[in-house]
Ligand binder design. Structure first.
Ligand code: PMP
Length: 362
């Protein structure tokens, strides 16, 4: 790059953006992919045929329904939404996180979340130019309620994100502690239930109880990561405002039709998530039985585990050399030092991962 161009980049790209490192997604090559919390199962061939038949009827020359009415209706039914609540759709829940932050963005305002958590809360807040405050989780990755109270009182955050279950730790926070945070927060509290399909609890029934509570869901973890469809659920007064930050036609016509089709065949996805929940238990036990490995209990479709000190980077590399890609969190430091995160795959994939891990530990 010429000096002149570098100078212009430095002059015109905002410092907050230049300081960021891009969200890194490694190329899995031919490795078994257990790094991104995807559902490992495809659909039966007969279902694929029926889906392709449905796609034939789509008019690619027309814009999609901008409000995705048919899909929103079906999602509402599928989710047992409390009466009076509405749904806003995003191109993945990532886009809804961005829309939420855009809707409150004003200089000097703060976004707050317990940490470690999903990194996009921080990244999008910083890209949009808001202050981001992370409040360290306590023992066992529990919410540190006194620290949360203190930070909320000090920062008066416009937005608080609580991932429930939390990524990358996999646990559900204590319900009473969550309620205390919702009650203490002056602004919006978003309970991000990306992993709801794998968890034994949800805040969906609490939506009507609190003025400031919104719920985030996604179809990504239940088997439709390729479609990119996230849902923000809450009172129409909030959603009508946040909707104004949405780009027109953000949910493309193939996603609308495919998601509707998938919801008509929900039993297939439900069976797959049930298998993942069952296999999560087996994977946890197998990890716990390995010497020096400490897996953390999970209510999601992944398991965080700690390795003997100083070995995480080499073992992560060793797994990849043996054909298994998982997520290395050691670089994040703090509570995640020496930790890796594995997505629950098919029984065969889990076995291959465990064998590769054993071989790395030997
Ligand atoms: N929230 C949480 C807690 C997540 O872990 C993720 C994905 N890693 C997302 C939201 C984003 O999911 P998507 O954009 O695929 O809906």
């Amino acid at each position: 790059m010429t000096d002149g161009r570098a100078e212009r980049v430095a002059r015109w790209i905002r410092p907050e953006v230049r300081r960021l490192s891009a969200y890194h997604v490694p190329d899995p090559g031919s490795a078994i992919k257990l790094d991104a919390m995807e559902n490992p199962y495809r659909w039966p061939e007969t279902l694929v045929d029926a889906w392709l038949e449905r796609l034939r009827q789509v008019s690619l020359n027309r814009y999609p329904d901008p409000a995705a009415r048919a899909l929103r209706r079906r999602l509402g039914e599928a989710m047992d939404m409390p009466p009076g609540m509405d749904i806003l759709l995003g191109n993945g829940s990532d886009e809804l996180i961005q829309m939420l932050i855009l809707a409150v963005a004003e200089p000097g305002r703060t976004v707050l979340a317990p940490e470690p958590t999903f990194v996009m809360y921080r990244m999008l807040a910083e890209i949009i130019g808001l202050r981001y405050v992370g409040v360290p989780l306590g023992e066992g990755f529990a919410l540190d309620l006194p620290a949360m109270h203190e930070a909320i009182e000090r920062e008066q955050p416009a937005l608080v994100f609580l991932a429930y279950p939390n990524n990358p730790t996999g646990n559900l926070f204590d319900t009473e502690a969550m309620r205390a945070v919702i009650e203490a927060a002056p602004g919006i509290v978003v309970v991000d239930e990306a992993y709801a399909a794998f968890a034994r609890d949800s805040f969906v029934d609490a939506l009507a109880e609190y003025d400031n509570l919104l719920l985030l869901r996604t179809l990504s973890k239940t088997g439709l990561a390729g479609l990119r469809l996230g849902m923000l659920i809450g009172a129409p007064e909030w959603l009508a405002e946040i909707d104004k930050t949405r780009l027109p036609y953000n949910i493309n016509v193939l996603t609308q039709v495919s998601a509707e089709f998938a919801l008509e065949h929900r039993a297939v996805l439900d069976e797959q998530t049930a298998a993942i929940r069952r296999d999560r238990g087996l994977l946890f036990e197998a990890l716990a039985a390995l010497p020096g490995i400490e897996p953390f209990p999970s209510e999601a479709n992944f398991i965080l585990f700690r390795l003997p000190a100083g070995r995480a980077d080499a073992i992560h590399r060793g797994l990849l050399e043996r054909g298994v890609l998982i997520k290395n969190l050691n670089g994040a430091g703090g509570a995640l030092a020496d930790c890796l995160r594995v997505t629950v795959g098919t029984p065969e994939e889990n076995r291959a991962f465990l064998e590769a891990l054993q071989s790395c530990l030997a």
